[in-house]
Design a protein around this ligand. Structure first.
Ligand SMILES: [Zn+2]
Length: 317
């Protein structure tokens, strides 16, 4: 067991809201009911007219109670906390600590509605959900958007990597791809743009290696993007480091105790993506009626490469 200081314990115990004040408790409760197949209360409640906020869903990886078949062939109830480092740091613990801080950076910015899929420290019971907890993260974003009348969603799934080889290390951001296998074409180029903005800000954090944007078939991301027309919903998995690597584990230990820097870098990445999106939309509107017909189809990748952010391909081998 690692020891926590009094200050860290006090912080861990402090309550954190499930959503920003721009979201009503009933809207949040209804989105949670939707992924459990329960009836909604009070119907849909649109946000005030002119609301143009982007919904940011913080999806804390793992933290799920589910049934798994043991070596005896029987089903057992297990708590999935994701990968575990040699010293006992879990993926869900790392995600919870960073996510809690990330919420603080985003909640008071009136660009965003912010909501947690699950709360830091909470264990979601898979039995209660009407779908897999991976898909539920995406469907929660869609349900939340409908409740708010919001037109854009950003799903940030916070995870950490693990590998059979202790030598693998560094950060990567994953976007969903078309089809199976690895390193194919991203389903949504705007998700790739978000991933690039995030990596540009996270790069340099505690000396972690930047492994770039990865594309592979990820159910959470797939469902998030398919639910929205055009490229209005973007979704990424942030794999901040490898818990299986001794050097990265030191960074994990530091981050669990002091999550603010990584959280702030993620918040800056989201903001820089949002600014690029706003700029791209202005350009599309200025181009006239032909292009205005489908403003949501705009792709931000070109803007990113033009601004000099290093692009680590969705292609590549
Ligand atoms: Zn994971």
């Amino acid at each position: 067991m690692r020891e926590m200081g009094d200050e860290a314990l006090a912080r861990a115990a402090a309550p954190v809201p499930a959503h920003s004040q721009s979201i009503s408790p009933q809207q949040y409760a209804n989105a949670q009911r939707a992924i459990r197949g329960q009836e909604l209360t009070g119907g849909f409640m649109k946000a005030s007219a002119g609301d143009d906020r982007t919904l940011v869903v913080i999806s804390l990886g793992h933290g799920v109670e589910k049934q798994a078949r043991g070596e005896d062939g029987q089903k057992h109830t297990v708590i999935d906390r994701g990968a575990v480092s040699a010293g006992g740091i879990t993926e869900s613990e790392l995600a919870d600590r960073v996510g809690r801080k990330l919420f603080e950076y985003l909640e008071n910015d009136d660009r965003y509605h912010v909501a947690f899929f699950r709360m830091p420290g909470e264990i979601v019971d898979q039995k209660e959900l009407a779908m897999s907890h991976l898909e539920a993260r995406a469907h929660f974003m869609e349900a939340m958007k409908r409740q708010l009348g919001a037109s854009r969603g950003v799903l940030l799934d916070l995870q950490a990597n693990s590998s059979a080889s202790p030598r693998d290390h560094g950060m990567e951001v994953v976007v969903d791809q078309i089809g199976r296998g690895r390193d194919g074409t991203a389903t949504n180029p705007n998700s790739t743009a978000l991933a690039q903005h995030l990596l540009a800000e996270i790069e340099g954090y505690q000396g972690l290696r930047n492994r770039g944007v990865k594309t592979y078939n990820a159910r959470t991301l797939d469902a998030a993007e398919k639910a929205a027309p055009g490229n209005d919903d973007v979704a990424v998995v942030i794999e901040s480091l490898f818990l299986s690597n001794p050097g990265d584990e030191k960074v994990a230990d530091y981050t669990v105790r002091r999550p603010q820097e990584l959280a702030e870098r993620i918040a800056r990445g989201v903001l820089s993506y949002e600014l690029a999106r706003e700029e791209a939309e202005k350009t599309l509107i200025a181009q006239g009626p032909d292009d205005q017909a489908k403003p949501s189809q705009g792709t931000l990748v070109a803007d990113i490469s033009a601004s000099g952010v290093s692009s680590v391909g969705p292609k590549g081998g």
